[in-house]
Design a protein around this ligand. Sequence first.
Ligand code: NAP
Ligand code: ZN
Length: 350
Amino acid sequence: MSTCIGYGVHEANAPLEPISFERRALREDDVAIDIDYCGVCHSDMHYVHNDWKSTRFPCVPGHEIVGRVRAVGAAVNCYRVGDVVAVGCLVDSCQHCQACEQHQEPHCIHGMTPTYNGLDRISGEVTRGGYAEHIVVREKFVLRVPPALDPRFTGPLLCAGITVWSPMREHGVKAGTRLAVIGLGGLGHMAVKLGVALGAQVTVITTSPNKAEDARALGAHHVLLSSDPQAMKAAASSFDLVLDTIPRGHNVNPYLMLLARQGTLVLVGALEPLEPIHGALLAVNNRSIAGSLIGGLEQTQELLGFCAEHQLLPTCEMINIQDINEAFTRMHNNDVKYRFVIDMASLKTP
Ligand code: NAP
Ligand code: ZN
């Protein structure tokens, strides 16, 4: 066991504060990682606020982790001390079920182990995330950061990036695909960059008129204000794929109307009840509604390679860990451009 300092909460809605806890001793297939950077996901805020009534306290969030290997277990053969590595939203799964065999670890039939707020498969201890000095992770769940990627900006690819990349790949986004992205936040801005890189015609659908300029600067071809009924009506039946990143339950019907024939709306934001869906909107144009949960290890490594090749990185605002509560308030107030990343070296400053 080794003592680790991090930031977390002991109860719902409390401010994040320094917390000391134990990381497990290295198992033979474990990698110990010194954390350099950790992205701040809206899900971290959902857990801290216990929005999903499933938070195990004390909770140390963080699942967009980048760092350097500090030590490896006896059976580790892919990583060496000093390697630049990353850890995303999951740190274990059974490795034997059909989902795991098909590289769909998030859908492991025995349940994947989330990076924080999960239960370790062997010890049953609660997992704790990346707002911390270091972490111990099974080798299989460690990702390699390509040398061409700047580690400072790589963290958000591990959740925001893969969560939108995965449905884009599953739904075959390619040159000419008419893609709409609802919500220009952490997930949404990555969807714009990745969609543009894949050659799609990208439209941002936003509640924030002041984000239109940014959306275009990120590469979006069109911007649609969801509060403008005429513009929404004019865009009816015009998209092949709509990625919905809205972070809470909402009315999806106005967005379903935007789908062209056989188009699909993929929900990645709201992991909670939605307002009732009007069946006729699905029947017309043979539309579909789908969900998507992060992505498997292989696909995440693919994304890191794609981003290295295209020199495509998240747009980040670097913060010190001491500023995390202000960052949460700003995220709550929809004031993030477009992902906070914690410089974990700040943990050591008094
Ligand atoms: P974020 O950075 O806060 O961005 C969310 C964006 O949604 C905001 O920037 C805003 O964009 C829009 N928005 C916010 N409140 C809204 C409302 N009431 N109605 C309509 N639009 C609203 O959040 P994020 O980190 O991208 O995460 C988004 C959601 O995805 C969270 O709920 C998170 O838990 C979830 N998530 C899911 C997965 C998964 O595997 N499926 C993975 C990661 C995260 P505009 O200003 O442009 O409207
Ligand atoms: Zn996340």
